[in-house]
Structure formats: structure tokens, C-alpha cells
Write a protein that binds this ligand. Structure first.
Ligand SMILES: [Zn+2]
Length: 250
């Protein structure tokens, strides 16, 4: 896919959040959040995104996959964490947007049926290419791939100590967030964004259903949280529960 030549994608990238230069300078690549959980770091023309890698002795699970064209970078990040790409057994997609499903085709090409791809059923047809992507429908050759397992609100996958699914619509209808029980980490996807560790809440320009998005945030209040990763903005770990409660009151 020739991304640089696609004006629509440039619009998408430009609409994504850019971190201040101080963030880039202070960045810690492959930030280890707790044993077996790392926040990856992918830079696409200044748009920085953070897939999450979770692993134990049995398997590795990747949450979101970066922009199209970032597969080699993604693989390198995974291997730098000391995890062989061959250990990858699951991919969880928080939602259908192109910066989250970008490397899905290459992952499927490399890992075939050894990997289980999961997403919410409301975003599944878009990821599979049966419907044009809601926000990137004009892309000539959008990334797509099979979804093997649809996930529901409240469902808990037994992988890597337990991964709980929270359906958090708003940014897309099938947006999900993940709660990693061992590390008490909330992987918030694009339900919220952050800057320099401070959670900023919903990102209105990329959130078609603000009402649903606001209701989704309330689901986080029940969680016993140690830290939060926003796909755009990265890790927050200071008083994250209080930050979320405050955002819910706004
Ligand atoms: Zn995104």
C-alpha cells in the first residue's frame, strides 16, 4: 500500500494527536509497565501510537497493530521486548480505525491460523472489509483481515493472567477497552487520549458519538486501576482513578 500518496490518510494522520517535542525526547521505547506487559512505540510521520504487548510462558498477545506500512517496525518492537514473533498467538483490535488495524494483513500472512484475531462484533465487518471503514472509507486499499472471535462487554479471556473486555462505544460503535488483571492496567484504546501522562478525556474530533463516549468512561470507575495506556498519548500512572472520576464529572 502506498500510504504517502494517499491524501485521505494524510488527513487521518494530521487529525491524530501529536505529542509535544519534550515527549519525544523523553520517550522510553518499549516501556515496561510490569513483567510481561510492554507499551510499544511506533512513530508514523510524527503520529506516535502505542500498541500493547502482553505475554507469559505460553503465548504473546498484541493489542492493536499500528498504521499500514508499520509491520516491520512493529515486529522489531516485539522482538526487542524479548518476545519472538512466533510466540504471537492473539491479536486484539480495540476498533476498526486504520491506525489500529494497519498491520493486520501482514500479521495474518506471517502467522496464519496460529493467531486468533479478536474484535467487537460491531466493528468486525469493517475490519474484515465487508463494509467500508467508517472514518477511512475512501482509502483505495484499506487494511483488512479476518476476525476469528468477537468479544462482548464483560467477557474475560484467560490469556496472560486474564484480560477483561469493556465495550466502550463512541469513538466507533464497536470500540473496546481491555483491563489486564495482573497488572491492573487499562488499555483505553481511543476512548480517551493523554498528554505527558495526564489523561485528557475524549478526543471530540475523532469521536462521532460523544454521548456514547461519555457513558463509556463511566465504566472505568469500577476498575481497580494502577495505570492507563491511551493509544495516543501513552502511559498514565499517577492517581488514574481520580483522573477518570474527574473526567466523568465534566
Ligand atoms: Zn487511533
Amino acid at each position: 500500500m502506498e500510504l504517502g500518496s494517499d491524501p485521505r490518510l494524510v488527513v487521518v494522520i494530521n487529525s491524530q494527536l501529536r505529542q509535544p517535542n519534550s515527549y519525544k525526547k523523553a520517550r522510553v521505547k518499549l516501556m515496561e509497565i510490569s513483567p510481561g506487559v510492554k507499551m510499544l512505540y511506533l512513530d508514523y510521520q510524527g503520529a506516535i501510537v502505542h500498541p500493547i504487548l502482553v505475554w507469559d510462558e505460553d503465548m504473546a498477545i498484541l493489542i492493536d497493530t499500528g498504521f499500514p506500512g508499520q509491520f516491520e517496525e512493529l515486529r522489531a518492537e516485539i522482538e526487542k521486548a524479548g518476545v519472538s514473533f512466533d510466540q504471537l498467538r492473539g491479536v486484539i483490535l480495540t476498533h476498526q480505525d486504520v491506525d489500529h488495524i494497519g498491520s493486520l494483513p501482514e500479521i495474518l500472512q506471517e502467522r496464519g491460523n496460529a493467531v486468533t484475531v479478536c474484535a467487537h462484533e460491531l466493528d468486525q465487518p469493517y475490519i474484515q472489509g465487508k463494509r467500508p471503514l467508517l472514518k477511512d472509507g475512501q482509502l483505495e486499499n484499506p487494511p483488512k483481515g479476518r476476525v476469528d472471535m468477537t468479544l462482548m462487554d464483560g467477557q474475560e479471556m484467560p490469556w496472560c493472567g486474564g484480560i477483561q473486555v469493556i465495550h466502550t462505544p463512541g469513538h466507533t460503535p464497536g470500540h473496546i477497552s481491555l483491563y489486564l488483571k495482573n497488572s491492573k492496567l487499562l488499555v483505553a484504546g481511543d476512548s480517551m487520549y493523554s498528554i505527558n501522562g495526564v489523561i485528557q478525556g475524549i478526543h471530540p474530533p475523532t469521536t462521532p458519538d460523544m454521548e456514547a463516549a461519555r457513558l463509556s468512561l463511566h465504566k472505568y470507575k469500577e476498575l481497580d486501576l494502577q495505570s492507563v495506556v491511551c493509544y495516543h498519548g501513552g502511559l498514565s500512572h499517577a492517581h488514574v482513578h481520580d483522573q477518570i472520576v474527574k473526567l466523568c464529572e465534566e
